[in-house]
Design a protein around this ligand. Structure first.
Ligand code: MIG
Length: 663
């Protein structure tokens, strides 16, 4: 049951499809405070949710701030990442309560940080609160997901392996990456184009020096079953003669400063303007620009820097330069030195800048900070709405860095600028179920880590988990060690891991589609599947993938196995050296399981089956009909296998589910 309570006069976000009637506050099960809500949490309550965030699957014991932020150095101490996903699920003994705080401004969730039993939400004066009561965590999530609408569905090829780097600098470098994979028998479906494919970082242009034959490259790649996926940035370069800038300027489509002039920020190309993604006309205009690339045969994009990230604003820069003069010639003691340092460091993503520009949203002038968390959502929506107009029948790959709940209907997300750290592999795992709760199903992290130098074992272990995530992309930052699979010596281990992905595609795609069409979880914490098993509820480094299998990845360097909790009897299946081995059957309880580097391990639940294909070097080569069914136990449930063409939008559970039965 969903109840909506309104506080003040919230700004519309379009997160929810049908708002439903407002309820009387007498019915509120939380305490209303001057600027938010409070709730006393019993000791054993688990708090799920918050989508893209650091720390545990159980969010208890930390303080989180929904305030979309570009933070390439995030770690355990970080409170805000790229998305704002204000959904919590309070899961206690005999009580399951879902909470969604719908406001585009900043929200703080103190979840037992100030005091262990206190949940304190600070949301200001204006917000809608949705309260969902249910009997199980899974049921609450399903009701919430129905409220916010069906998740984005990508084309089937987007479940293949993608290789990315900031940046491949020329057509020939792209060809080399493809050759590197094909020659070593490593499957691949896409190669990413980061900012350097553009001419001086101008959106919707192509650098004709390094990518002179761009159209030719796209079609040549298509022949090889490789999709090129270019990046689009939020900022539009200020440059005379650049059509996107000139049109936006002339039509008044850019965000304005207090005086009504275009607000100038510095991002990749230097001076930029932000298209006013919240303005319907500007949004339609910006979305139509993607056609430039669609017309060249492109069928996938990633939207970046849309928190929006601001390196500096012209106004702020001016102030800082003036202030810096004061320090010249001074004896910088410890305090003045830190002030001086903070001054320069503080030019980026500065709160004052976010309070200095304006949108025209639904005919009203609204200061950016009041709608900050919607910018990435509406940028991505601009693209998706344009695809709907331009290519109504075709699925186009689209994912974004920044997001708000509601954007999940239009696109997926990647999990931002992580680092080549083992702890970030584990963070990737923990984010999956939390994101699913908030509607984001098509998601994954930069495999191998974005910042920092990766090691061969880290990339292998990360891939061994990543092969379960819908978005499977290896990506790394400029200046870091190259981490493409073919560059490392133990090619056979990479082959084995990636082959596992292509063998599991029928199951993974089927589970993804059912999760999207039924508003269910694809990645579940063990507590969702066994809500009354107190041990299962505490396990945070194992997940269910779909209904039939459990995974327990290795995320520590030099470990050749790990301890696994079995909430019931399960059978180990091991992808090893290109083949599939049926391993031991484990009884309920804890066990140490050997998981050598390069093996992919899955645990089939007692009475369930796992269909596997024979693999392929790209998605189109996988035979989704030629399946072998692996089982655990004797009395095996039949499997609802969903399979459609993966290209058109004719999704239908009725039409495309078939029943698979083990002999
Ligand atoms: O400030 O386009 O998260 O994936 O490679 C960095 C360059 C801008 C941030 C993205 C990252 C991408 C990078 N971008």
């Amino acid at each position: 049951m969903v109840k909506r309570f309104r506080f003040g006069a919230p700004i519309e976000t379009e997160a929810v499809l049908e708002k439903g009637a407002q309820q009387d506050k007498q019915q509120l099960s939380l305490v209303q405070t001057a600027d938010g809500l409070e709730y006393e949490m019993p000791d054993d309550m688990i708090v799920y949710g918050l989508g893209e965030n650091t720390r545990g699957i159980n969010k208890r014991g930390w303080i989180y701030v929904s305030n979309c932020t570009d933070n390439p150095h995030h770690n355990e101490g970080t409170r805000s990442l790229y998305g704002a996903h204000n959904f919590l699920l309070l899961s206690g003994e005999g009580q399951q309560l879902g909470l969604f705080i719908d406001t585009p401004a900043k929200v703080t969730f103190d979840i037992g940080y100030s005091r262990y039993n206190l949940l304190r939400i600070t949301a200001g004066q204006d917000y809608d609160l949705y309260v969902i009561e249910g009997s199980t965590p899974a049921q609450v999530v399903q009701e919430f997901r129905q409220l916010i609408g069906r998740s984005y569905i990508p084309p089937k090829w987007a479940f293949g392996y993608g290789q990315s780097r900031w940046s491949y600098l020329s057509s020939d470098e792209v060809r080399e990456v493809v050759r590197g994979h094909r020659e070593k028998g490593l499957p691949l479906d896409s190669v990413y184009l980061d900012i350097d494919y553009m001419e001086r970082y101008k959106d919707f242009t192509v650098d004709r020096e390094q990518f002179a034959d761009f159209e030719q490259l796209v079609s040549e790649m298509k022949q090889e079953h490789i999709h090129l996926v270019p990046i689009i940035d939020a900022g539009v370069k200020v440059e005379e003669g650049y059509d996107v800038y000139e049109e936006g300027e002339k039509e008044g489509y850019f965000c304005k400063d207090e005086e009504g002039n275009d607000f100038i920020v510095g991002v990749w190309p230097g001076r930029c303007c932000f298209p006013d993604m919240l303005n319907d006309k500007a949004r339609a205009w910006f979305g139509n620009k993607y056609k430039v690339l669609l017309d060249k045969g492109i069928d996938g994009f990633w939207n970046d820097m849309n928190e929006p990230a601001v390196f500096y604003s012209e106004k702020r820069l001016k102030k800082v330069f003036e202030k810096l003069q004061d320090y010249q010639g001074q004896n910088l003691d410890v305090n003045t030195f830190f002030e001086f340092q903070a001054l320069a460091a503080g030019v980026s993503n500065n709160e004052e800048d976010y309070r200095s520009f304006y949108h025209n949203y639904r005919g009203e002038k609204i200061r950016h900070d009041k709608v900050h968390n919607l910018f990435g959502y509406y940028m991505t929506r601009s693209a998706s709405e344009a695809f709907e107009r331009l290519e109504p029948e075709k699925r186009i790959l689209m994912y974004s860095r920044s997001s708000y709940i509601g954007m999940h209907r239009y696109a997926g997300i990647w999990q931002g600028d992580n680092l080549s750290w083992w702890s970030h592999l584990l963070m990737n795992l923990k984010m999956m179920p939390s994101l699913n709760m908030c509607g984001f199903l098509y998601t994954g992290a930069d495999i191998g880590g974005f910042g920092g130098d990766a090691t061969e074992d880290l990339v292998i272990r990360w891939l061994s988990f990543g092969v379960f995530t819908p978005l499977l992309r290896n990506h790394a930052a400029r200046g870091t060690r190259q981490q493409e699979a073919y560059r490392f010596p133990r090619t056979n281990l990479f082959q084995n891991v990636l082959t596992a992905r292509y063998c599991m595609l029928p199951y993974l795609y089927s589970e993804f589609m059912k999760a999207a069409l039924r508003s269910t979880m694809m990645f579940s914490p063990l507590g969702f599947v066994y809500p009354s098993d107190q041990t299962a509820r505490q396990v945070e480094d194992q997940l269910f993938v779909g209904e039939n299998i459990m995974i327990a990845p290795v995320y520590e360097q030099n470990a050749s196995g790990r301890t696994v909790y079995f909430p019931e009897t399960m059978k180990l299946l091991r992808f090893h050296d290109g083949g599939v081995l049926e391993g031991s059957v484990y009884e309920k309880g804890w066990a140490y399981v050997e998981m050598p580097l390069g093996d992919v391990c899955v645990f089939i639940r007692d009475g369930y089956l796992l269909p596997l294909a024979k693999g392929g070097s790209h998605v189109a080569e996988v035979d989704f009909e030629d399946l072998r069914l692996y089982t655990c136990g004797s009395d095996v449930k039949s499997y609802e296998y969903y399979m459609d063409d993966g290209e058109t939008k004719d999704y239908s559970l009725d039409k495309y589910i078939r029943i698979l039965k083990a002999e």
